[in-house]
Ligand binder design. Sequence first.
Ligand SMILES: NC(=O)c1ccc[n+]([C@@H]2O[C@H](COP(=O)([O-])OP(=O)(O)OC[C@H]3O[C@@H](n4cnc5c(N)ncnc54)[C@H](OP(=O)(O)O)[C@@H]3O)[C@@H](O)[C@H]2O)c1
Length: 314
Amino acid sequence: MTDSGPIVTIFGAAGFVGRAVVRHFARAGWRVRAGTRRPQQAGFLRTLGDLGQVVPVTADVRLPSTLLPVVQDAQAVVNLAGILSPAGQQTFEAVHVEGAANAAGAAAAGGATHFIHVSAIGADPSARSRYARTKGLAEHRAQERFAGATVLRSSIVFGPEDQFFNRFAAVMRIAPAMPVPGGGLVHLQPVYVDDVAAAVFRAAATHDAVGHMYELGGPRTRSLMDILRWTREQVNRRCLLVPVPMALLWPQALLMECLPSPPLTRDQLRLLMTDNVVSGDVGTLSDLDIEPTAYEGIAPAYLERFRPGGAAPG
Ligand SMILES: NC(=O)c1ccc[n+]([C@@H]2O[C@H](COP(=O)([O-])OP(=O)(O)OC[C@H]3O[C@@H](n4cnc5c(N)ncnc54)[C@H](OP(=O)(O)O)[C@@H]3O)[C@@H](O)[C@H]2O)c1
């Protein structure tokens, strides 16, 4: 690692949001310890900064012994570790709840001045969805273990490597029809990955956000059906969008849960029953001096490859 510049330790650095966050800190001259469970497979993280600026380190938020060594002398610690569906020991409780407590505890023990916990809009200890419930419990545990923790609740995140527009477009590319859960009435507020990264950076580099919570959303809310229609137009496909009642998708989701990385789970269906938009009760991107970026200006460039004759694989 280079020997000047403040240090940030990031848990979940190799993920979609993590890579953008690493890039942001590196550009600002910070030294980045990029936490992942498999640093040997995360050599690409080094290329997100100058020589020696980004160093992949072993960090499993379920195992506090792996966290303490990598937070020493870090000014800021960021927790992005999260899962969408449980697998083996990677349960929602272990990764989200205990993981957040362990990450915050390590940050406090290591003497960090800033701890930023990335959560999700809808996080609520009494939510029906396990994802949302454990995200809610995690926020409390992080705040208990690190006085002055900043909580950033994000809406659905989009960007060139997202699992949102890219996933829809990939289906539209090959399928004649696509089921739309609950008729696509739920409202979302997709937020740009670089805006989320900028918010994390702002929270870590200033004192403005210490002890506060923010909800990060894009400039506009849209129904899922509107988003799907817009995506279909971008990829110039005829895929039929078929409204399907949630109850009919339940058995399919149950079956898919047997797969190693299920494309749909019952818990995700539960998430789709509630709007995922900024509530207005806490700070937003604007309070962090970040103007939210609309997907209409960004996503067309990376969706182009799904058009007829485009370069999307498979
Ligand atoms: N993407 C969205 O639309 C969205 C929306 C709202 C909130 N969020 C939240 O934002 C965070 C990042 O999401 P993402 O989209 O970047 O997800 P992602 O691409 O799946 O990345 C999640 C990261 O979590 C790490 N992780 C999982 N279990 C871990 C463990 N036991 N210890 C340490 N790290 C662990 C993984 O790291 P390794 O496999 O490298 O160890 C992975 O890099 C998550 O907390 C997520 O809930 C995301």
